[in-house]
Each structure stands twice: as C-alpha cells, then as structure tokens.
Write a protein that binds this ligand. Structure first.
Ligand code: PRP
Length: 211
C-alpha cells in the first residue's frame, strides 16, 4: 500500500482552522471541501486517461480524456459527503456511488446501513472519501466491499488519519493496489477511539448531532 501524507502549508493552515473547536459549521464545511480539492490533486495523479486529438484554433494536437469506465467516487456517509463537492470540482465527470456506515460508540465496530454502488466494478478506479481514519474499521470494510465487487485500484482520501488506522488498512488490503492519501497523520486514539488531537466528530460538525 502506498501512503501519502500532505505537507503543504495551505493544507496545514486550513487543517488548523478545522481543528479549532470554535470554528463554525459553515466554515468547517467549506474547509473540508477546500482540503479535499487540494488532496484530490495528489489522489488523481495516476487517474487513467486515453489519448485524444484536439483541434485548437491554430493547429491539431494530442491531449487526453478520462478513460472509461470512468472513475467511481464513493463518499462514506455521513461525514464523507462533506468531501464530495471538493472532489467533484476537480473530476466533474466521475460517477458517484454511496456507502452509509456508522461506528458503534461502545464497540467501535462499523455497520453498513446503506449501499448504492454499481454491482460490477471490474476495471474501475475507485476513490473513497472519509474525513476520519480512526481505528480504520470503517474504511477497511468499505475498501473490502469495493474489491469484492471487482475494483482493482482503490484510493482512499482522509483529512486525518492515525497510525492505528493506517496499520488496520495495511493488514486488510495486503498486496492489493491501494493508495492512502492523508491531510495529516495524527498522534493516535483516545479511550473513545477518537482521533487525538483530531477535530472532534466530523459528521456532527458538518451535519449536527445524529440521535
Ligand atoms: C466516523 C468517521 C468514519 C469513522 C471512522 O463516522 O466519519 O466513517 O467514524 O472511525 P473508524 O476508523 O474507527 O472506523 P461515524 O460512525 O461517526 O458516522 P457519521 O459519519 O455518520 O458521523
């Protein structure tokens, strides 16, 4: 598995505002989108393209277009939904599938409560969006799901990750083609399996408390 941790002052600056508990919901939402767009630039470095011919007003030249089957973007509900627009701004023709997952507050194990994805993902490049990689349980389950459907190339994009979460993903994916893109790698987890220092509960900060 390939891991990329962003080291860009703009990302770190935006992350610092995101982490601040006094940052308001509208600003939090805007920053998640902006960080996603910056991470998308790195995440799509190896997006598959095919060569095309382009007629400019001056001459004919060669260019590229996204190869079919088009990339599939999969936000993990709820919090991953906050990253979707930031990704689509850079790859507007990508297709989108949805996975709804929630982590138990007691056991920290994820449950999948919704799924709307193509049945056959053979030959698809998939981009999974979830701001938080904590224990890694949710992301590992999502990645396994995509491989079972036939995906052969998965890139996961998280705003924050932990060493525990990275280890869990490494253990789950083995030698499969997976790339992990992180805005930052935090210290670890607390007793509630929250990321430390983290930013709190991304889903709640984006959409309010779910009861
Ligand atoms: C959070 C987060 C991830 C998951 C990370 O979602 O958005 O999906 O927990 O934890 P893990 O790495 O330990 O699995 P949550 O279950 O709070 O749902 P939400 O997005 O609806 O708030």
């Amino acid at each position: 598995m390939e891991i990329f941790v962003a080291k860009h002052p703009l990302i770190t600056h935006k992350l610092s505002v995101l982490r601040d508990k006094n940052t308001s919901q509208p600003i939090f939402k805007q920053l998640i989108e902006e960080i996603m767009t910056l991470l998308a630039y790195e995440a799509t470095r190896e997006v598959r393209v095919s060569e095309i011919t382009v007629d400019t007003p001056v001459a004919t030249t060669t260019g590229v277009t996204l190869k079919t089957p088009l990339p599939l973007v999969v936000p993990i509900l709820r919090a991953g939904l906050g990253m979707l627009e930031g990704m689509m701004r850079l790859v507007p023709t990508a297709e989108v599938g949805f996975l709804g997952m929630v982590r138990s507050e007691e056991t920290h194990q994820p449950t999948t409560y919704a799924e709307r994805l193509p049945q056959n993902l053979t030959g698809r490049q998939c981009f999974v969006l979830d701001p938080m990689l904590a224990t890694g349980g949710s992301l590992a389950t999502a990645i396994e799901f995509l491989f079972k459907r036939g995906a052969d190339d998965v890139t996961a994009i998280c705003v924050l990750g932990t060493p525990e979460g990275v280890k869990q993903i490494q253990k789950t994916v083995g030698d499969k083609k997976v790339k992990l893109i992180l805005g930052a790698l935090d210290e670890g987890l607390n007793e509630q399996a929250f990321i430390v220092p983290g930013l709190g509960d991304a889903g709640d900060r984006l959409y309010g408390t779910a009861v």
